[in-house]
Write a protein that binds this ligand. Structure first.
Ligand code: DHK
Length: 143
């Protein structure tokens, strides 16, 4: 089976201490464990980068080697056409994920470019939502 890609964008490496009133206190390592548990027999390639080009490169890798994508582009959600263009090439299911409900936050966070390429969008479920998103992807992949 091809792996599920979980791709995280800028500043998410700081989860646990980053604005806990918004993002909670769950660390990225704990989120990775949530994703791997939810994936069951599916393998997971779990990544985080603060660099747009690295995220684009992982999406290209997923186009060739992956089954599904769960992506939290973080701040790049609102500005990155390169990431949007890469996601448009991905043939499988894509979940766009935000820990917080971006629609209840400042205006700058209200319009994600990524939603044009996403199969589904999740926002506001908190860190636990990563596991729910992977569960949904597994259901899509296993039919
Ligand atoms: C994470 C970020 O880093 C912000 O830039 C987004 C998103 C929200 C999240 O809720 O996971 O606006």
């Amino acid at each position: 089976m091809k792996p599920i890609y979980v791709i995280n964008g800028p500043n998410l490496n700081r989860l646990g201490t980053r604005e806990p009133e918004i993002y909670g206190r769950t660390t990225l390592a704990e989120i990775e464990a949530l994703c791997r548990d939810a994936a069951g027999p599916h393998s997971v390639r779990f990544h985080q980068s603060n660099a747009e080009h690295q995220i684009v490169d992982w999406i290209h890798e997923a186009i060739d080697e992956g089954s599904g994508i769960l992506i939290n582009p973080a701040g790049l959600s609102f500005r990155s056409i390169p990431i949007l263009d890469a996601l448009k090439m991905f043939p499988g299911p894509i979940v766009e994920f935000h820990i917080s409900n971006i629609h209840r936050r400042e205006e700058i966070y209200h319009h994600s470019l990524m939603s044009k390429a996403a199969t589904a969008v999740l926002a506001g479920l908190g860190p636990r939502g990563y596991g729910l998103a992977v569960t949904w992807l597994v259901e899509q992949l296993d039919g």
